[in-house]
Design a protein around this ligand. Structure first.
Ligand SMILES: CC(C)(COP(=O)(O)OP(=O)(O)OC[C@H]1O[C@@H](n2cnc3c(N)ncnc32)[C@H](O)[C@@H]1OP(=O)(O)O)[C@@H](O)C(=O)NCCC(=O)NCCS
Length: 222
């Protein structure tokens, strides 16, 4: 659609369809009319234009995806939230989705069937990485980061790579940060792994496309 620059991410084996949006290259007015009154009210609560712009694009594009992929009308797209805030389509529980924001990026994933989570972080130096690792990472995760850093890779980047995987998993579970991040371990060589969390199994993987650090997670058993 004119005014929108949306990239379809390569679909990983075991993954699901995902999109990456650089909101600086998009015109929010193109999709603003698709938002519900609740979403418009939420958008208008942002004090900063950039956050309002990003929110409108994220929610407008999601509604476009529901329309174009599944033929859902505006009435079909009623959204509810679980008690931890994870949104879902009330009338179409088989359609699962999740989104994440960082700086000028929005990442969106959509799936039929298994619950999913996505997370994105733009690279930045994490000044308090040591404290955050002590608080939220397992011993194996800390060792993996320190080992990579000792071999010359950037500690903040290694930190963020594990952080987004853990966030994607807790978002797939629907409980978000209600789950202590130390409860799951996301160390893996290569692009994906299985994670046990809260009595369920999840596949999770990393995605790389330019600067942003991204991860996805899909619940594979109940
Ligand atoms: C969900 C959570 C992990 C988001 O972390 P974040 O890095 O700040 O945000 P992200 O940009 O990655 O994702 C935000 C999006 O995740 C989705 N989301 C919100 N809560 C979620 C949850 N529990 N699980 C999965 N996804 C969730 C929403 O779509 C949200 O965007 P929106 O508010 O515009 O709809 C974190 O805020 C959280 O754990 N919240 C739940 C805390 C809780 O227990 N709340 C109870 C009272 S509602």
């Amino acid at each position: 659609m004119r005014g929108l620059k949306v990239r379809r991410l390569p679909r990983p084996a075991d993954g699901f369809p995902m999109w990456l949006v650089d909101v600086e290259q998009c015109d929010a007015e193109v999709v603003e009319g698709l938002l519900s009154s609740e979403e418009l009210a939420a958008a208008n609560r942002f004090r900063f234009h950039a956050l309002r712009h990003r929110y409108i694009l994220a929610h407008g594009l999601l509604r476009l995806l529901f329309r174009d992929r599944y033929g859902l009308s505006a009435e079909d797209q009623d959204i509810g939230k679980n008690r931890f805030g994870k949104p879902h389509l009330i009338r179409f529980p088989q359609i699962q989705y999740n989104m994440s924001y960082s700086a000028n990026y929005v990442m969106i994933g959509v799936n039929e069937g298994d619950p999913i989570g996505v997370d994105i972080e733009v690279f930045r130096v994490i000044e308090d990485a040591a404290e955050l690792m002590d608080l939220h990472f397992t011993e194996a995760e800390r060792s993996a980061i320190l080992q990579s850093a000792s071999q010359g890779t950037c500690r903040s980047r290694e930190f963020l790579k594990i952080w987004v995987r853990k966030e994607a998993c807790v978002k797939a579970s629907g409980r978000g940060l209600d789950i202590p991040l130390k409860n799951l371990e996301c160390v893996f060589e290569g692009q994906m792994t299985s994670v046990q969390l809260d009595g369920g199994s999840y596949r999770t993987g990393a995605l790389r496309l330019g600067d942003p650090i991204m991860a996805w997670s899909r619940r594979t058993s109940l």
